[in-house]
Design a protein around this ligand. Structure first.
Ligand SMILES: Nc1nc2c(ncn2[C@@H]2O[C@H](COP(=O)(O)OP(=O)(O)OP(=O)(O)O)[C@@H](O)[C@H]2O)c(=O)[nH]1
Ligand SMILES: [Mg+2]
Length: 300
């Protein structure tokens, strides 16, 4: 390895909808994290890897920071805080369209209190400038922290270059990479498929339905020329089932077709996708089901 080689975990921390997953995908150059226009899309940390001759970064895309003391939202709250404590470097993703300055302050406080090296990213600067960015810059200017600004949506490569230059010196020195340099994510294929299906549910369904919905891949069979995937879409209320299915099955058909096309692209193979919709009342408050879905709550 070159002298000065560095490697480590970089947590992307911000409010829901601040563009963390979009940024993660831009940095890694692959779609590893799902993106929707709805807040609270990311539910569990997603790791995306970037390796070059100078460094290996494991970017950790965290759920948006929310305050909650129970159920799924408490899991999101804990997950974001765990990512903060387990990262070597943090990027505070501060979106200029955030309506609540108090919540942006909260992100800054969380990141500062971690005492980790961090970078402030003023994000979504392609949006029309209101008075907010200047207030944000003024606040940041007294914190003695590197400030980067950009848009992962409209200028991903410029933002990537600037962010990497800023992050590299903050990473720990390392004898070599932490993971195989060919890897671009630590998610399993099953997890990626379940997330793609969930993304299509978020895109197709509205109001509270997507927030109470979870996806589990039950069977993933690659033995024939067509990959067979059977998956369950779980809703938290019985009256959400007919909404997910839609009139004459139209909503479920759209979710299935959109998800199948994207999974086929991911796998480079033909896919048969079967989706069943089940309802498990208030699963977001049931520790057993949450654990099965990988949303593990702390004991107390
Ligand atoms: N205008 C603009 N929109 C962006 C930018 N980055 C992301 N978005 C949009 O913002 C929305 C949320 O993006 P995500 O990447 O899912 O945001 P997130 O922070 O991961 O959200 P959660 O997972 O819910 O916490 C999507 O509609 C994106 O297309 C940006 O740089 N500019
Ligand atoms: Mg996200």
């Amino acid at each position: 390895m070159k002298p000065g080689y560095r490697a480590g975990f970089v947590g992307l921390i911000g409010l829901p909808n601040s563009g963390k997953s979009t940024l993660m995908n831009a940095l890694v150059g692959e779609k590893v994290s799902i993106v929707t226009s709805k807040p609270q899309t990311t539910r569990r940390r997603v790791m995306g890897l970037l390796s070059n001759e100078d460094m290996q970064i494991v970017f950790v895309d965290a759920p948006g920071v929310v305050n909650a003391k129970s159920g799924l939202n408490m899991f999101l709250h804990e997950e974001a805080r765990d990512v903060i404590s387990e990262s070597d470097v943090l990027v505070a993703v501060l979106n200029i369209d955030e309506k609540s300055p108090a919540q942006l302050e909260e992100i800054l406080t969380l990141v500062k209190e971690s005492r980790k090296p961090w970078v402030a990213l003023i994000h979504k600067v392609d949006l029309p400038e209101l008075h907010r960015p200047q207030i944000l810059r003024d606040k940041l200017s007294v914190l003695n922290v590197p400030i980067v600004q950009g848009s992962a949506l409209t200028e991903p490569s410029g933002l990537k270059e600037t962010l990497l230059k800023t992050i590299q010196p903050l990473l720990p020195e390392a004898a070599g990479p932490l993971y195989d340099e060919e890897l671009y994510t630590l998610s399993t294929t099953r997890e990626l498929c379940a997330e793609i299906i969930r993304e299509k549910c978020f895109e197709t369904l509205h109001q509270e339905v997507p927030f109470g919905l979870a996806v589990k891949v039950l069977i993933f069979n690659e033995e024939s020329d067509v990959v067979k995937i059977h998956s369950e879409i779980m809703v938290a209320k019985e009256n959400h089932r007919p909404i997910v299915i839609g009139s004459k099955g139209s909503a479920l058909k759209k979710i299935g077709t959109d998800a199948r096309k994207e999974i086929e692209k991911l796998l480079g193979e033909k896919v048969y996708l079967d989706l069943q919709v089940s309802s498990k009342r208030d699963w977001q408050r049931n520790r057993g089901i949450m654990k099965e879905l990988g949303y593990v709550l702390p004991k107390n």
